[in-house]
Design a protein around this ligand. Sequence first.
Ligand code: PMP
Length: 359
Amino acid sequence: MHTRDLSDHATYEAGRGIEEVARKLGRDPGEFVTLSSNENPHGPSPAAVEAIRETAGEVNDYPKAAHADLREAIGDRRGVDPRQVWLANGGDGAIDYLSRAFLEPGDDVLVPDPGFAYYGMSSRFHHGDVREYALSKGEGFAQDAETVLGTYDGERIVYLTSPHNPSGSTIPLPEVETIAERTGEETLIVVDEAYGEFADRESALALIEGREDVAVLRTFSKAYGLAGLRLGYALVPAAWADAYARVNTPFAASEVACRAGLAALDDTEHVARSVESAAAARAAFEERVEAPVWESEGNFVLIEVGDATAVTETLQKRGVIVRDCSSFGLPECIRITCGTDEETDRAIEELNAVLAERS
Ligand code: PMP
């Protein structure tokens, strides 16, 4: 018995951070400031925590109505039919549903380089082939139609990320529209807005009406602070809303997750506070880090530090966990999540000390 040959497959590094590092260094995980996975440092909304408590005693039952209620609430909020909300086990799950719905074996998928690993992973799981368009570091990872269309060659799905992970750059809506127009109706343009709340920009959802070839990804993992619950969704054109029933996993999200999601959706203050805090942290990184910091519209910043692996390891010893971007093909960069004021201050101090030691 053997698994499929996945030797060329990227690996997903989420959730591998702190326990592993703490064990390696023989320290308690609580001693570290963890700024490696773009989580919300302010925790979940208290209303979501209350909803989780209230649901806890019912988890012997299969999910009841909250899945439909949440799709309806999101649909209301976004101005689309609930059937256009493909609720899933995180944004990752939504990516999988899109792969299931659209990819035939051997179809090509176009993804950004550098970029979020799961686009390629999901495509390969579904027997698709992956091609990459390059975002140029020298141009600040700028995203526009020309960059994508210069590489596009009839792929079935094209992924755009706005704000982009790991750089924080965004793509203006007219550029997305040009890409959708020029690639035609047989190519699905997926605009991943996992970090959309942190950018003060209109969602690509504005392009969906009247089109059949644009979808938008959103998640509760970032601004909503519910990464551990695994809740995300794709917003899809009305034309194929009904395909959800054919591609989703039975009970696509748990009752606990959906009830917490409903509560979190209503707690707009918590989201606003989280977004404000991320903006302040970004400004602090940009002003005070003594190394080049890319302008970001996400809840993280990309920083050029020389040897990213060495700097990441030294920071770990000093109690700060950041993301070494070698796995993104950027061995000279680290990515740091916007923390609370104290966490951000600590990260900046420690990073500046490490950079000074190395210079
Ligand atoms: N898209 C991007 C660009 C991401 O960075 C992430 C997670 N880090 C996701 C999607 C998926 O997040 P989740 O599955 O937690 O919703």
